[in-house]
Every structure is written in structure tokens, then in C-alpha cells.
Ligand binder design. Structure first.
Ligand code: SF4
Length: 328
């Protein structure tokens, strides 16, 4: 799979801003290209290049301290999060997938209902208008919904933001997500009740994630039950610019204390099982990336809950009122 890394655009931007140095921030899947990009940009522009080795999972991870190392920052693999502060010295390179949608979509057309909600991760977001036109040409309705202020594009899904799917749901029979892997379509599926089909534009494979969604929801139920008798909680706040939710921590801490629980707040940028071992508590409540609890909870020594799950533990919300934790 080829991704458009927009090297000409990057180099024009560096020259235009007059930068003598630039930092590159890449998600894990693109770090393999780091040395090649660094060499090429240095050779073509003369700007010193530093590669940031920190983990990078989303635009929420934007390395805001880049000025210590370089005049500008190129952040790869994600679209900007519009409701975060804008910085003209940061360039986002979304790394759009270079793939055509017509052939795989026509092959999948017979599996689509009469009203389809279209969704994609940012790598495939550019395919949505053509997909919409093709589906409409087949006599079906195709909807691309506008989500909340955390999303850059209509139809876009983040791992913590399904608001585009929620906006489409009243007008569709099922959803068609364009992309690879389970991470993003599961986020969309957590927030809606209608079926979620996934079309991989590269392989043409069509599948649904409903069974995987139900499996994760059952695991969340088990985590909530396991935390019912917890007496002490570690409430975790992430310092990353796009994940920091101290107000949510304030609220759940007050609710936990009102229920007689012992509470400790932990602030950290990287959440990992080994990093939590020293803290003697019965359960965790994470206000960081919601997917840590949803996808990775089994790796932690104690139940890891989202805020809304902790509210169920406290009896402030019923299981029927379960909501996927989103960062709004
Ligand atoms: Fe992705 Fe998590 Fe960041 Fe949301 S908070 S953008 S799911 S890494």
C-alpha cells in the first residue's frame, strides 16, 4: 500500500516558512520511512531534521514541545483536530492511501441496503465522494454525515469519535466503512445500533464488525462487574494535548468519594501496564484515550474503566444507559 507523504508540499512549506530546522512526528506504521524522509528533506531543503521517537497514535498526540528541538513540526498520518489550538508552524500530512474505490465498491454493491451511511478513517476519506456517487448511481441513497468539532471531515471516524456515524444513523439502514483494520470501524460501531459493514479498498474484502463489537461490550460488562466491590481507584489523566480531560476526572473523583471510595489521581502521558504496577488500588478509571479501556484492559492487573463505566459501578447509570466514551 502506498501512502501520499506529500514530500513536495513539505519541502515548499519548509522553504516558505524559512525554517532552518524541522521535527518529524510519525505514527508507528510510518516510522519505517523516517530515515528516508529525514535524508530527503535535509538534502532538498538544507533544513536540519530531527525525528521524534515518542509513540504517536493520533493527532491527540501532537508533540507540542517541538520548539525545543526545531522551528517547525511535520505531523504525519492524522488530520488536525479542529477544536485544538491552531499552530502555523505545524504541518499535518494525512498520508492518504493511493487506492481506487470503483472496482472494490462495485463488487460489494449487491451487499448494500437501499440507504447507506458512508464513513472512513482519514487515510481513505478522499474516497467518500466517489463512493457516494457510485452508490447513488446504483439507485441507493448514500449519506455522508458531519460529526462534531473534533473531526476535520464529513464522514470521518476517529478511534474516540463516532459522531459522524451518529449523525447519519437516522437516515440509513446500515453503514459502509472504508478502511483497513478494526480500530476505526469498531469506534463507529460502538456508537450506533445499525449494522457496520467494512470494505477494505485494498483487498476488496467486505466484512462486518458487529460480532467483534458485541464481544468487546461483553468484556466491558465483565470489567464493570469486577470493579463493583473495589474500594480504591486510580483516576488517570493524560497530559497529551488531545486527550487531557481533567474536568472528567474532577467529576468522577467527586462521585467516587461521595460513594466512600478512596481515590488517587495519576497524571501521565503514557499509559502502560508496567507503569501502573506501583499503585496499590483495586481499579482504574481512565480519562485518557477511551480505547485503552476498550481494547487493552486485559493487559492491566486491575479492572480499567471509562468514566461512564465507573458511573455504572457507582449505580449512577444503568447498563442500559451504557455509552461509548468519546472525547468531545
Ligand atoms: Fe485515537 Fe485515542 Fe487519540 Fe482518540 S484519543 S485520536 S482514539 S489515540
Amino acid at each position: 500500500m502506498q501512502f501520499d507523504l506529500q514530500i513536495d508540499t513539505i519541502e515548499s512549506w519548509i522553504r516558505g516558512r524559512g525554517f532552518a530546522s524541522v521535527a518529524l512526528q510519525l505514527p508507528e506504521g510510518l516510522k519505517l520511512r523516517a530515515t528516508e524522509l529525514s535524508d530527503r528533506i535535509f538534502r532538498d531543503t538544507g533544513a536540519e531534521v530531527v525525528v521524534l521517537g515518542y509513540p504517536c497514535y493520533g493527532a491527540c498526540d501532537l508533540f507540542v514541545g517541538y520548539k525545543r528541538y526545531a522551528q517547525g513540526l511535520v505531523h504525519f498520518g492524522h488530520a488536525p483536530i479542529p477544536n485544538l489550538p491552531d499552530d502555523p508552524d505545524v504541518l499535518y500530512v494525512e498520508a492518504r492511501a493511493e487506492v481506487a474505490i470503483a472496482v472494490p465498491l462495485q463488487a460489494a454493491m449487491a451487499q448494500l441496503p437501499s440507504r447507506v451511511g458512508l464513513l472512513a478513517s482519514v487515510q481513505y476519506i478522499g474516497l467518500l465522494p466517489e463512493a457516494q456517487a457510485l452508490i447513488k448511481a446504483s439507485g441507493r441513497i448514500a449519506v455522508i454525515g458531519r460529526g462534531d468539532a473534533r473531526l476535520c471531515y464529513p464522514g470521518q471516524v476517529l478511534g474516540c469519535d463516532c459522531s459522524a456515524a451518529v449523525a447519519e444513523e437516522p437516515d440509513v439502514d446500515s453503514f459502509l466503512f472504508l478502511g483497513e483494520g478494526d480500530f476505526h470501524p469498531l469506534a463507529a460501531a460502538f456508537g450506533v445500533k445499525k449494522p457496520m459493514l467494512v470494505l477494505n479498498p485494498v483487498t476488496g474484502e467486505v466484512r462486518d464488525v458487529d460480532r467483534e463489537r458485541d464481544r468487546i461490550v461483553r468484556r466491558r460488562f465483565a470489567a464493570i462487574e469486577a470493579a463493583r466491590n473495589a474500594g480504591s481507584f486510580l483516576v488517570i489523566v493524560c497530559g497529551k494535548v488531545g486527550q487531557c480531560r481533567p474536568e472528567a476526572a474532577d467529576r468522577i473523583e467527586a462521585q467516587l468519594r461521595a460513594a466512600g471510595k478512596q481515590v488517587t489521581r495519576l497524571v501521565t502521558d503514557e499509559l502502560a501496564p508496567a507503569a501502573l504496577l506501583p499503585y496499590k488500588v483495586d481499579a482504574y478509571v481512565s480519562t485518557a484515550c477511551p480505547r485503552i479501556a476498550m481494547d487493552d484492559a486485559a493487559r492491566y492487573p486491575h479492572p480499567m474503566l471509562t468514566v461512564s463505566e465507573a458511573e455504572i459501578v457507582l449505580g449512577l447509570r444503568t447498563w442500559d444507559g451504557y455509552v461509548f466514551d468519546t472525547i468531545a
